[in-house]
Ligand binder design. Structure first.
Ligand code: CMC
Length: 387
């Protein structure tokens, strides 16, 4: 049944929860009409992009940046949580190399959390999972290549250590800067579908690991964080800026979706996309050239089709160029997204639980018959079964 019909029947029904406010938050705010993203305290994404990821973790979990003296201790605390525990390592070793990387991450983090025990969502738990997530991503990255897992280096920052764990070389400072910008701009995004998923799980009184594992499942879908991979593969198919016009026209004529375009809330350019476009221009000029050519045609064509709803470039579009430039294969992009976003998921769950908010338990409308089949006089909207 078409959703338009449902909306007309019941103004309380909104397909896909569009525009429905389901929580209050001070963690981050998406100002879609004006194309702004604010982190805690009203910090615009542009104003924090040059901060370390550790600073962002502190901001999202504690509400402010650490004092200079406290920053080192905070970074050391995060670094202390990097090693996988024995249960996580056993889960890693039990995974087939052909497993989907996001499924592997979900499994390894689930095992890590299981061994820690069921704990209420709080900041120490959030830090523990944030700290270990890059180790889990890198461990499976190396395992599927037949490479030995590497020990985390406590002398490196969160993002530099991740590159070390992936590639086993002293991280290139430019690559650290590019990837840190990615981590910073993707750390939180209000009630994105994966964040909402985590919050629903947390609202039932469940533990943080369960909320995070569920959120990874939501993130990896191609309409959400999985779009980074899809956008990159789409641009690979385009191959050359000269092919952009024909590619876009053909795809839209066939009713296809341009991956990396459109957003539920942004009606102006996604500020994260603007930042990552600049990083991509420097880190991966070849990707950027094809992406920019496709973007020019896509914006024109999508605006012509939906003048009231500009489906502009979103965060996932240029992200693949940045992640490729630091040596991450396209089927692992969403794992990196999850590692960066985990702190945001955790912050929202903690905020919701600490406020003592209610269980998230929405209603649905029944589309079936009013009475059991065969009962005389049934008058369900699917038709009665009486005489
Ligand atoms: N390409 C072509 N047409 C589009 C696109 C697109 N990327 N996005 C939306 N539209 C059209 C859509 O066909 C529809 O047209 P009509 O009303 O004529 O059927 C109209 O715009 C509204 O689309 P919608 O699907 O109702 O919008 P939504 O708010 O439910 O979905 C979205 C938002 C992001 C899922 C969607 O824009 C999309 O599928 N984009 C491509 C996948 C993507 O890049 N996802 C990343 C999302 S942002 C970051 C993240 O979550 O990780």
């Amino acid at each position: 049944m078409s959703t338009a019909g449902k909306v007309a029947e019941d103004p309380g029904f909104r397909s896909g929860l569009e525009g429905v406010i389901v929580a209050e938050t001070a963690i981050s705010h998406v100002d879609g009409p004006n194309g702004r993203l604010l982190y805690r305290g009203g910090n615009s994404i542009e104003s924090v992009v040059d901060r370390s990821y550790e600073d962002i973790v502190h901001l999202l979990l504690h509400g402010g940046f650490p004092e200079p003296q406290a920053a080192t201790a905070f970074a050391a605390r995060l670094a202390g949580g990097r090693p996988l525990n024995a249960a996580a390592r056993a889960a890693l070793e039990g995974l087939p190399c052909a497993a989907e990387p996001a499924a592997a991450l979900r499994t390894i983090l689930s095992a890590h959390g299981a061994a820690r025990g069921v704990r209420a969502p709080d900041v120490p738990e959030a830090l523990a999972l944030t700290a270990v997530a890059p180790t889990a991503v890198a461990a499976f990255h190396r395992r599927r290549r037949g490479l030995p897992e590497l020990e985390p280096r406590a002398d490196l920052g969160h993002v530099a250590n991740f590159l070390h764990l992936l590639h086993g070389e002293a991280p290139d400072p430019r690559q650290v800067r590019w990837l840190e910008a990615y981590f910073t701009v993707t750390a939180d995004h209000a009630l994105s579908p994966s964040t909402f998923t985590a919050q629903v799980v947390g609202s039932t009184g469940s533990d943080l690991t369960s909320a995070i594992v569920a959120a990874i499942g939501a993130l990896k879908g191609p309409a959400h964080g999985g779009a980074t991979t899809e956008a990159t593969r789409m641009l690979d198919r385009v191959g050359d800026p000269a092919n952009a016009e024909a590619f876009v026209l053909d795809l839209l004529a066939r009713g296809g979706r341009l991956m990396g375009f459109g957003h539920r809330e942004y009606r102006r350019y996604d500020p994260r996309a603007r930042i990552l476009a600049e990083v991509c221009r420097e880190a991966n000029p070849r990707y950027h050239a094809v992406a920019a050519a496709v973007e020019a045609v896509a914006e024109r064509e999508l605006a012509a089709r939906h003048p009231d709803r500009p489906n502009l470039t979103n965060v996932d579009y240029f992200a693949g160029g940045v992640l490729s430039a630091v040596g991450i294969p396209d089927d692992e992009f969403v794992c990196v997204f999850a590692a960066a976003r985990l702190v945001g998921w955790a912050a929202h769950v903690i905020e919701y639980v600490e406020r003592g908010e209610r269980i998230v338990s929405p209603a649905s409308r029944w589309l079936g018959p009013d009475q059991e089949p065969g009962v005389r006089g049934a008058t369900g909207r699917n038709g009665g079964f009486g005489c």
